[in-house]
Design a protein around this ligand. Sequence first.
Ligand SMILES: CC(C)=CCC/C(C)=C/CC/C(C)=C/CC/C(C)=C/COC[C@@H](COP(=O)(O)O)OC/C=C(\C)CC/C=C(\C)CC/C=C(\C)CCC=C(C)C
Ligand SMILES: Nc1ccn([C@@H]2O[C@H](COP(=O)(O)OP(=O)(O)OP(=O)(O)O)[C@@H](O)[C@H]2O)c(=O)n1
Ligand SMILES: [Mg+2]
Length: 179
Amino acid sequence: MLILIAKTIWLLLPAYTPNNFAVVFGGGTPIDLGKNFVDGKRILGNGKTIRGFVAGVSGGLLVAHIQLFIEKFVGVELFSSLEYSTFLLLAFSLSFGSLCGDAFGSFIKRRFGVERGASFPILDQLGFLVFALLLASRVEGFEKLYTSEVIIAGLILTPLLHLVTNIIAYKLGLKEVPW
Ligand SMILES: CC(C)=CCC/C(C)=C/CC/C(C)=C/CC/C(C)=C/COC[C@@H](COP(=O)(O)O)OC/C=C(\C)CC/C=C(\C)CC/C=C(\C)CCC=C(C)C
Ligand SMILES: Nc1ccn([C@@H]2O[C@H](COP(=O)(O)OP(=O)(O)OP(=O)(O)O)[C@@H](O)[C@H]2O)c(=O)n1
Ligand SMILES: [Mg+2]
């Protein structure tokens, strides 16, 4: 069970850490350039910035490469079981998909009139992961690594990890809210 948990977190880190890097390095021009949707509300809001998106995807790719190095060092064969080009596509799909899912979550929250920064349970905790996995599922060899056990474990673990890391971020003064 512990192996499955560690394997799941390991395999999902390239989808998790973009959110962390976005918090740390985000800010500046919003992705929606401050514009409103047809309903008169912001498209995404000020919580989704271009710098946060770019830093987040880059951070996810960086973490994935550190993981690849660690795997080769300790002799674990997960990401390192893939051709490098396939690994790169998988890491990019997870990172890019994660922040696209995060942005889509913001789009939905704005449509419901939920203020930027307000909590929207389930969507906040899982939206990014669903997008990341959907995009990554198109990559050859995905199902070899992301088995149904890993995906189910990820869907259960992620809300808990999301809560814990948001509380850590709030305590570190990186976020105004602990969610
Ligand atoms: C390279 C390797 C091997 C590991 C690097 C992992 C890494 C860089 C972890 C840092 C993640 C962390 C704990 C950050 C805390 C402070 C911080 C910057 C938080 C900011 O993010 C908060 C929040 C923002 O998301 P939001 O926009 O949706 O509100 O982040 C959301 C959290 C998630 C999406 C899930 C995050 C979960 C993790 C990053 C997993 C944490 C890793 C462990 C508990 C260690 C387990 C590792 C192994 C090998 C089993
Ligand atoms: N593409 C992104 C995603 C996140 N962030 C930064 O990370 C913080 C936390 O992200 P999140 O909780 O997803 O955004 P919220 O501020 O809660 O905005 P929303 O209500 O739209 O989710 C954001 O405030 C923002 O500073 C960013 O700059 N760019
Ligand atoms: Mg939020």
